[in-house]
Write a protein that binds this ligand. Sequence first.
Ligand code: KIV
Length: 282
Amino acid sequence: MAGQVTVPDIRARKRNRGADPVVMITAYDAPFARVVDAAGVDIILVGDTLAELVLGYEDTLQVGIADLAHHVAAVCRALPRALVVGDMPWLTYHLEVSDTIRNAATLVRAGARAVKLEGGRRRIPAVRAILDAEIPVMGHLGLTPQSIHAMGGYKVQGREAMQANELRRDAEALAEVGCFAIVLEGVPDALAERVTADLDVPTIGIGAGAGCDGQVIVLHDLLGLAEGKAPRFVRRYAALGTAATDAVRAWATDVREGRYPSEAESYRASPELRQALDLPPL
Ligand code: KIV
């Protein structure tokens, strides 16, 4: 396989429209970074879904830049071939521009080679500032989980023509300012298809139908490690949560019934050591 995937590689995939979709998945630690990289994905997103899926919080609003940097560094220690993108947590790009740049740089110093942030035209000054610091930016529009309270819950966005056109303008503004790709989350398939045709940068969909230039999924959803009812766009390819509980239960039963550890799983003491420890010979 060729070298590491770069931002220009992803940007260039727009030319191949449909023929070579961008494949992006989340990962939050080194073992799973190895797993997804071995599967040949193009981009590993260290998403702020870290909050719910790994750190046990209620929503993504609970993580800060130090949490994200810690997990970006863990993913990067796996030395993936895939491009590692670090998610900018809520409130790390909404205040002073200098804080925004410093926060993006924290993720880069942790190993990310690009950052992602949510929002449209209102976020252009933040996007521009990060780009001016030579850090590539991925946009994120539609059902943006950091706006959960403003949206009144996790709801599909852009169902009405006016809202759909607003989203189109947001996407155009992000592409124009220099985002190298844009995630479209939780929008009707036709809107994603329209935005994908409008833009000269790749769109990466999640709950946005098949008309995008690529797809992203949350690893824990795909593997069956997430709790609760999955959204309709999630396809589960494994039931690792159940498999893991079954494995731990089997081990616990073996311990309780004296089957673990066996001799082969123990370090045998020499007869001399047994004698020195006042234990009978075996
Ligand atoms: O944080 C995340 O996992 C994301 C994806 C859902 C795109 O932003």
